[in-house]
Design a protein around this ligand. Sequence first.
Ligand SMILES: [Zn+2]
Length: 495
Amino acid sequence: MSTVSTGVLLLLSVLLPALQPCSADGRGTLFRVNSHVEEAWSVQDTGSRLLYHLPAQPVDSSGKPIPAGSSWCLLSAANNLTCSSVQELTITAIKAPVKATNVRIRLLVAAFRIGSGCPSGGASATDVTNAYLGARGHAFLMESCSYGQMVYDKTALKVVEVTAPCDRAFSSCDDNRIADLGMQLLERQLGADVVNSYTHFSFVLPNNNGCNWAGLALVPGQFTWYPANADGIFNLGTVMQEALHNFGLYHGWRNGREYEDLSTSMGLGSSCPSAPELYRLGWATPADTLSGGSLPEGGVYREYRLPATHLTGRANMLRVLPDWLGSGYNKNMYFALRQRAGGDWQLQDEFNNKVNVHVADSSVDNAFTSQDDPKFTIVDTIGAGEARDFTAYRLAVRAGRLRVQHAQPAGLAATSSSVTITAAAAAEGFAFTATASSVAFAPTAEDLSFAATASSVAFATTSQAEPPAAVAQPFTAAPCQEPQPTAAGSEPASS
Ligand SMILES: [Zn+2]
């Protein structure tokens, strides 16, 4: 084996049977590739951007899976883009979570069609550009949902129609080969300097391709792929999800099923990320984080006033770490008011004007550097005046009424997220009450303005750990936007 001097810390090495050595000399990064019908693993060469398929998620010498985002030294010679085995790869660094704030995405899109031999149509540059920059397009959704912390550079955004040769990559849906072709054609048309000035690249498939997914993304990474249809590049939820996969976000869950959180684009919705996703991305902060230390048992009620999440990222959720469960503590809880307005204008009825309740695996959720799936799972929605007893978490919750404030010209500044904490009578043992306030929606000139509302929600805990109450509402099947109807199934997610 040759050695590579990298100047960086070598943490782990991987030795697997060498049936068909694959990869190029140089440096690369490990990616999970999420096609929504299957999960795959690739290494991308840092210099050439070529992607190499791996047979599976690699493990280190102790058998521990190596997380996506890790950097690699690539030690052997490549002979194709699919590795039947990994001969030797050396991890040089474990990547921290991808920075997702103060991000300006410079996006370059290759809109494919196929030329001589097997001509095909595809999406036009005009249509794709409009999908991003038009009213309530992809750029608006991203900017709204991130409170301006992640935006597309609208001046730089460029969609280039590229005509590829009649290549088997399309009929066989070889995503790595398609990306390679796309980058080559972009460089041919724009020059390498221009291409290298972009941070992210999307590939819109030609018509008549062999792909059965609605979107594909490197997790984390810079590449996304879409079909040229209403499930793919022209679908707000799909594009939002793929874009956020690039920043390490996983899918939303419900009832143990991936994708089925319909309150977020990371599931099968077309709205903004859910509260735990907003928190993970660094786009929003909690009004409070409650645990046994700050919420002692004994009947203390606390009252919070939360703005609807579309209004502001500041103090727009409650984060509860029920460590009073002792060894049974393995989930964190998130409470946030959702409302159909702003970036959430496509929020479904089930979640509108309700406090949405999510749980997350605490071991991942509490670890900043974890690359694992925290399995953000929606478990309930609480309407005004309703109460819940989350017995599994010894936590009870009551929602007060929605309070409406008048719209302010400044929109986002309209809501004051003052937090009042009051003691309240608890039936027995440990209880707390949190009051969330909500926000109403008032159309403005562009139909995008907000009117603030305030409502209240209450929480309380019970002293017995019991099986969860009937928490989840019946799941409503929604049209799949990520996996196409022809997709064979769904797969684990991203990070
Ligand atoms: Zn996805």
